[in-house]
Design a protein. Structure first.
Length: 584
């Protein structure tokens, strides 16, 4: 086997790995990119977890990717360790699906009509169709289908390249001798572990084994221990991904290794023990890509069937090996923003939504706390507002940084819209919290200077605060629940709040003229009104960002101006409703 054959072998391996990745990405996108979200929502019992692990791994073509996602779930507290074990068991079976796809290369070429049904012809046609869909279709779904077809074609071409590269080995006595040596169980397992650990893909390792089987030199006795070793080697990337994770996340990675080691040991011991007592007739039989895929799948299915009743035992073993340790105190649920989820946008965006919900709830709490200080000032309450404001700033930083990471990947139109809304919202929410802090400062000034609030001023302020509480609630529903009606109500209420501020400012001037208030004291209430207006404006920004996207508009200033100049009947109806509700 010359240098050209070696280059062709590794070139084929590179194409194979890229094809698997491309096909898995395309399948995931066509499935709505919701597989990851379903994975952690529907794992209420081990059987569901196993089935979901099989399904998701078969679609994304990577048991490592599934396991890394599960480690992320456990690390962020979204999934229990017990639930994770079931999913990992399923992923071990799901990864064997790639072998069956690869086995299509072993189908005969034939002549005439049979040639049209041959893998070479079908692969070529799928490659052409994939390129046409990607290059000439503007439909996103068509593009993704094209990606699947092209990924399948690249995978198959890579497999053919590997098969052709090793074909000279069928005449090599040294190669046949080496294959015989690998029938030693311990040596075969070691080769499988090392090779899989190097290329970081059990599917690719099985694919190379299938390519070697086409030389006719691969027997069951040789292939079986290598397949056992491939399973163990496939757990090593998962262990690496758990470095720096929580205790339960590290236990989850360890369970993956324990399952693979137990599966290899159990199936190996049982098979060789029975074979020693009553030799199997198929041990020296020559394998082809189909039978390699069959042996790989049967081994994995047996492992899962044996271990499914032992999930609690696996949990105890992992807990005994990795002891509990004090977990760092978590100040906010931004721990859900796992970097392991970034390659899976649907899941990452779902986590952003949860954290944004917490941020908005915190901002609402800060706003209400600040309003409370105006009537009942206390140093504890003032400090609470400052503390919440600091926490909101951290939410903004964590969410903003994480969203930028998510945008580095390929997103659907809907996901881009969600990201656009989130980026706008976190800034507006943080500014609302800033204004709540300003209101707390106003309350402190009123308290320290013993500024009297006459009943009329107090009532006007309460009307404004009620309106602000409602406009924030509408913006909140528009953002996090996608409530279109709530979004359309924000702008009429925001305009009414502006009018109320103008009216109160006019009344303040009249009070100064009448000697009710000094000019100095009125400055505090003018500052309050400015903060109220700004809060209302930021609520408007949140709602309008959502309406913009639904109407394919991206110019916020022009949109608002158009809305105010061409008020429709619904706008007037809402405005009149709020004018009656919040009258001075």
């Amino acid at each position: 086997m010359g240098i050209l054959n070696i280059v062709a072998l590794f070139g084929g391996l590179a194409l194979f790995l890229y094809g698997v990745t491309l096909m898995g990405d395309g399948l995931s996108m066509v499935a709505g990119n919701k597989l990851e979200v379903v994975l952690y929502r529907l794992t209420s019992n081990p059987i569901k977890g196993i089935l979901l692990g099989i399904g998701v791994t078969a679609l994304i073509q990577s048991s490592t990717a599934t396991s890394v996602m599960v480690i992320g779930f456990v690390n962020s507290g979204m999934m229990s360790f017990y639930q994770a074990v079931g999913v990992i068991l399923g992923s071990i079976v799901g990864t064997s699906v790639t072998g069956w796809i690869v086995s299509l290369t072993s189908l005969g070429q034939g002549e005439g009509l049979a040639a049209i049904l041959s893998p070479t012809f079908i692969t070529g046609v799928m490659a052409i169709a994939g390129i046409i869909l990607i290059k000439f279709s503007k439909n996103a779904t068509h593009n993704r289908v094209g990606t699947i077809l092209l990924g399948f074609s690249v995978l198959m071409f890579g497999m053919n390249s590997m098969s052709e590269a090793v074909s000279p080995l069928r005449e090599s006595e040294s190669f046949i001798s080496a294959m015989t040596a690998f029938s030693n169980p311990l040596l075969g397992i070691l080769v499988g572990v090392v090779f899989t650990a190097i290329i970081q893909s059990s599917a690719a390792a099985v694919g190379i084994l299938q390519a070697l089987s086409m030389t006719g030199a691969l027997s069951f006795a040789t292939a079986f221990p290598i397949i056992l070793g491939i399973a163990v080697g496939g757990a090593l990337p998962v262990l690496i991904s758990a470095i720096g994770a929580s205790v339960n996340a590290r236990r989850t990675a360890l369970v993956h290794l324990i399952i693979d080691i137990f599966g290899a040991a159990f199936c190996g011991i049982v098979f060789y023990a029975i074979n020693a007592i009553h030799p199997f007739g198929f041990v020296d039989a020559r394998l082809n890509p189909v039978t390699v895929a069959l042996v790989n799948t049967l081994f994995r299915v047996v492992t899962v069937v044996v271990l499914t009743p032992c999930i609690r035992l696996l949990e105890k073993i992992a807990c005994a090996i990795i002891k509990d340790e004090p977990e760092p105190e978590i100040e906010g649920d931004w721990v859900l923003l796992e970097d392991r989820f970034v390659p899976h946008p649907a899941l990452a965006i779902e986590q952003c939504r949860i954290v944004l919900n917490s941020m908005a709830t915190l901002v609402r709490e800060n706003l209400l706390e600040a309003f409370k200080l105006l009537d009942h000032y206390s140093e504890e309450g003032f400090q609470a507002v400052a503390d919440i404001e600091e926490q909101v700033d951290r939410y903004e930083d964590k969410l903003g940084t994480y969203i930028v990471k998510v945008t580095s990947g390929e997103l659907t139109q809907k996901q881009n819209e969600d990201i656009y809304q989130f980026l706008h919202a976190i800034t507006d929410l943080e500014r609302i919290s800033d204004h709540a802090n300003n209101i707390a400062e106003n309350a402190k000034e009123i308290y320290d200077k013993k500024i009297e609030q006459v009943e009329e001023v107090r009532n006007e302020r309460h009307v404004m605060e009620s309106a602000l509480t409602e406009v924030f609630g509408l913006a909140y529903r528009a953002l996090l629940e996608g409530d279109g009606e709530a979004a359309s109500r924000v702008e009429p209420l925001e305009e009414l709040i502006d009018n109320l501020c103008d009216e109160i400012k006019y009344r303040q001037i009249e009070r100064i003229r009448g000697g009710v208030y000094s000019r100095q004291n009125s400055f505090v209430f003018n500052d309050l009104l400015t903060n109220y207006e700004r809060i209302s404006d930021h609520c408007s920004n949140i709602a309008i960002a959502m309406i913009e996207l639904k109407q394919d508009e991206f110019d916020l200033h022009n949109y608002v101006e158009s809305l105010k100049q061409h008020k429709n009947e619904l706008f007037d109806q809402y405005f009149d409703e709020y004018r009656l509700k919040y009258s001075l």
